[in-house]
Design a binder for this molecule. Structure first.
Ligand SMILES: *[C@@H]1O[C@H](CO)[C@@H](O)[C@H](O)[C@H]1NC(C)=O
Length: 495
């Protein structure tokens, strides 16, 4: 710890998506004048060290002992993103064993620094961390890398399993009626399999219930867009809830060593520069998702028939290794890539695209997205309307928020087990990009939201955005608690 700087301990879950977003959060925190102790398991820390800029950083990496072989996992399994689903669940359960190591680590830190950290901020999968921090008299908060509304629906479904009580395809959430009507197609595979006897259900419920032990809940979101979701947690947990986003990833953050590029940011921008303003569709389902082979075929045909320009980040369809080479001849219509290339209509990019640069470019008019939260924030920040195709986790509810409350999105499909008609995709593209009332409304709304998102992080002498204020308020509260704790301890000695 640098002298004079208050220290914050950050502890993300062992998944690349969580770790890189916590790292972006860590940078944000150091810019406020704090130092950060960044905790993770040995292999993740090793990976971070390799990519970490050396020198004067106020972020110190700290290893917590963990050996996956001790938990029935393959050796060196410390990242859910590279594990099959069943083993991801085991890694989640294994993470419960980090309780004692975390306590020891915090004790060691206090001894080394001579003072307690201001707070421990843990991942939402580590609800138990509150108890560990409190044992040592440390303020504890949870940081959610996803938004309030999406997480609220997700939690409510796990706690209540409302779809199990009805034969209907539609249902409501008993403790979150404000969220409206849900359809069974908005449930993940694991939610459909959930039940009292199911170990993942029990893990989720135990974890969510532990959240009310935290002292605060921080969301990577913007209060003005996400009031309903944040309200749910304020009501449910009875603790302060802060929207402090958007914390965004840079293209550099997103480009991990395992994902070589097929197009550079410069090439991409150069190509976009030649296109008319608001004329290009950007399509990406994130690094963890893909669609079925028949869906991919129909999407390809729809993009072709739409006559519009596009950048499409393709991944092998379901049933193939997601990180395998993309075989265009096998998975796209015959001669497709050549024709698109000859017409200079599109860029078919495998593995990785410079998404931040693309969404910020004035030629981009539309984002066909899986509605992962980071992609959503990036689109909103740039005023790009969306076509939603949610596939997993809380993505279904992110899409619901964007369609029903924010008004910047239409949904075209859900998941990968239904056929998606070429005509439906074309219709949605025309709806958002074409000259019609609904399209105009969505585009205007996107422009308005862009300002809301940018205002939230404005930090000027005469204006502080909601996210800036929330972050300051959070630290004021945490520091106050720390001083009070010190006051109590010293008066104890005096007596
Ligand atoms: C993890 O445990 C296994 C089995 O006990 C052992 O062979 C291996 O060396 C351990 N790995 C580390 C990194 O300590």
């Amino acid at each position: 710890m640098e002298k004079g700087r208050e220290n914050v301990v950050l502890f993300p879950f062992m998944a690349e998506g969580h770790i890189i977003l916590f790292l972006a959060f860590a940078l944000h925190i150091t810019q406020m004048g704090y130092s950060v102790t960044f905790v993770n398991t040995p292999l993740n820390i090793k990976k971070l060290r390799e990519s970490f800029p050396p020198g004067s950083s106020s972020i110190k990496l700290f290893e917590i002992p963990f050996n996956s072989s001790d938990h029935g996992l393959p050796p060196d399994s410390e990242d859910t993103d590279v594990l099959p689903y069943s083993l991801s669940l085991r890694l989640l359960e294994a993470s419960l064993h980090l309780k004692l190591p975390l306590r020891k680590l915090l004790r060691d830190l206090i001894e080394e620094h001579g003072v307690k950290p201001v707070c421990v901020i843990s991942d939402l999968f580590f609800g138990w961390a509150a108890d560990v921090a409190h044992e040592l008299g440390i303020f504890h908060a949870i940081f959610s890398i996803t938004g309030g509304f999406g997480m609220a629906c997700y939690c409510s479904v796990w706690l209540n399993l409302p779809h199990k009580d009805t034969e209907c395809v539609e249902f409501q959430l008993p403790d979150f009626p404000e969220a409206g009507i849900f359809h069974v197609t908005q449930l993940t595979q694991s939610m459909l399999l959930a039940g009292e006897e199911d170990s993942f259900t029990n893990f989720q419920r135990r974890n969510i219930r532990a959240w009310s032990n935290a002292d605060a809940f921080i969301f990577n979101t913007v209060e003005e867009l996400d009031k309903t979701g944040l309200m749910y947690f304020r009501r449910k947990l009875g603790i302060p809830v802060y929207g402090i986003g958007p914390i965004l990833l840079s293209d550099q953050d997103r480009a991990t060593s395992s994902r070589e590029t097929t197009i550079s940011a410069e090439e991409c921008v150069e190509w976009l520069d030649k296109k008319e303003a608001n004329s290009v569709i950007y399509i990406s389902f994130g690094s963890q998702n893909t669609i079925s082979a028949s869906q991919m075929m129909n999407l390809a045909k729809a993009l072709d028939a739409s006559g519009r320009s596009f950048i499409w980040v393709v991944r092998p369809p379901l049933g193939f290794d997601i990180n395998a080479e993309f075989e265009a001849e096998q998975w796209l219509p015959e001669g497709y890539v050549q024709r698109i290339h000859d017409q200079d209509r599109g860029q078919i990019v495998s593995k990785w695209a410079p998404q931040v640069e693309i969404l910020a470019h004035k030629s981009v008019a539309l984002f066909l997205s899986h509605c992962g939260w980071n992609s959503v924030l990036e689109a909103l920040k740039n005023g790009v309307p969306l076509i939603g195709w949610p596939m997993a986790a809380e993505q279904f509810y992110n899409a619901k928020l964007l369609v029903e409350e924010v008004g910047v999105c239409v949904e075209v499909a859900r998941g990968t087990s239904f056929d998606v008609r070429q005509e439906d995709i074309m219709e949605k593209i025309e709806l958002v990009m074409g000259e019609n009332e609904k399209g105009k409304e969505i585009r205007q709304r996107s422009w308005k939201i862009k300002q809301v998102v940018r205002d939230a992080v404005r930090d000027e002498e005469n204006y502080k955005g909601s996210s800036v204020k929330a972050m300051q308020e959070f630290f004021t509260t945490a520091l106050l608690k720390k001083e009070q704790a010190v006051g109590t301890a010293s008066s104890g000695i005096n007596q």
